[in-house]
Design a protein around this ligand. Structure first.
Ligand SMILES: *[C@@H]1O[C@H](CO)[C@@H](O)[C@H](O)[C@H]1NC(C)=O
Length: 390
């Protein structure tokens, strides 16, 4: 996402004019952004245009769309503001000031921010409590090199602007559970973020890479999840929706995958879906090795206005079904208004009906033209925020 520098004199003059117009007082931030040549997506437009974003952090909760809906249960009366000042970790007796103390011990509505740039190496998976927001905006916050995040039997959680990478599998052990009490936890795979029986979860603007198992797993009856504005890179198994073929409770799973950037070097599962329903819209796929979107056990997936750029050499087909491409067990994959570049192809299910997401007023968003996906996903992953512009 590095911008190209233009060193020509003309380029410099144009740049000077653009910068000057950015500070012209009578334009809205959105208008200024247009002039600067970037366009913000529906979620970002809602808060990034606020120069006082640092003061108004909880306003973010009103910006989510898709199946998570608005995260307004996470803000308002009784909200506890908690700042992480200590990167250390203890799975059973976490110190006040650490991430685990704020995310697992404190109950109720908690809005977690960070004092400074921080690299946190968790000793065991972090089990996040219901009504918790982890907000890394403004600093370079990384959770890396050992255990990572888990949402276990919890609801109403926001994870925002965190880098999560090099997550490793964990032997069984004892940790503070999402209710603030210690509990035994079995073996956990090395995923960046793992959802187990979780609902109403919003995962936005994180950068996820290089984990032992996958980057994001939505499993065991989890539902009402929005995965937006994330950057997924350098990973074999990227995103799993649905626990295993035998877990029929996942038939109720509904997930929105929106404005994400996949690649470089993602191999498969963007996502791989079982049973439930996924609306995959306005994402940027920069290559794949085995496939981008796959499934088994009759999932249904609406791929809408994504930009798929096939790898230069190798498999150009986007989809994969467990049995074969005709079998209904592979589910219903429908492609609407997607753009295919570099020879990319999408074998859609023949016949059948494209299931609508049936979003409520709180969930609905306008799907943009796939032609603007490059621009709408340009700021995906962790944001680098200035004093007034994030
Ligand atoms: C939306 O509603 C229609 C009509 O009731 C239904 O057929 C379809 O399956 C629904 N979509 C989802 C994702 O549940």
């Amino acid at each position: 996402m590095a911008s190209k520098h233009n060193n020509s004199i003309l380029g410099r003059i144009v740049l000077a004019i653009l910068i000057a117009s950015f500070f012209t007082p009578n334009l809205t931030y959105a208008e200024k952004s247009k002039i600067m040549g970037f366009e913000m997506n529906a979620i970002d437009k809602c808060w990034r245009s606020d120069p006082e974003w640092r003061k108004n952090r909880p306003q973010l909760a009103t910006c989510s769309v898709g199946y998570a809906g608005k995260m307004t249960n996470n803000i308002g009366e009784g909200l506890i503001h908690y700042k992480v000042i200590d990167p250390s970790d203890d799975a059973i007796n976490p110190k006040p000031g650490t991430l685990r103390y704020g995310a697992s011990v404190i109950q109720g509505k908690v809005w977690i921010t960070f004092e400074r740039d921080m690299l946190i190496q968790l000793v065991k998976p972090l089990l996040i409590s219901s009504f918790t927001t982890i907000d890394g905006r403004g600093f370079d916050v990384q959770i890396a090199n050992n255990a990572c995040l888990m949402i276990f039997k919890a609801t109403n959680i926001i994870i925002h602007s965190i880098g999560i990478h090099h997550c490793k599998s964990q032997a069984p052990g004892i940790v503070i559970g999402p209710n603030g009490k210690v509990m035994p936890l079995g073996q956990v795979d090395g995923d960046a973020i793992r959802l187990v029986s979780a609902s109403k979860i919003w995962i936005d603007h994180n950068t996820l890479s290089n984990c032992e198992d996958g980057l994001l797993d939505v499993t065991r009856g989890s539902t009402d999840v929005t995965i937006s504005n994330n950057w997924f890179k350098f990973q074999d198994k990227v995103m799993l929706l649905g626990h295993d073929d035998g877990y029929v409770r996942d038939q109720n799973m509904k997930v929105t995958v929106l404005y994400n950037h996949f690649g470089p070097n993602c191999n498969q599962r963007m996502p791989r879906i079982r049973h439930g329903y996924a609306h995959v819209a306005n994402n940027f796929y920069l290559g794949w090795l085995q496939y981008a979107i796959g499934g088994s056990t009759e999932p249904s997936l609406k791929s809408e206005a994504n930009l798929f750029v096939a790898p230069t050499s190798g498999r150009k087909e986007i989809t994969w079904r467990k049995d074969n491409n005709q079998n209904r067990n592979g589910g219903e994959f429908h492609s609407i208004n997607d753009i295919f570049e570099n020879g990319a192809s999408f074998i859609a299910t023949k016949g059948g009906k494209v299931r609508k997401p049936n979003y409520t007023k709180e969930q609905v968003f306008i799907v943009a033209d796939a032609k603007s996906v490059r621009s709408l996903t340009r700021a995906s992953g962790v944001l680098r925020c200035g004093k007034t512009i994030c």
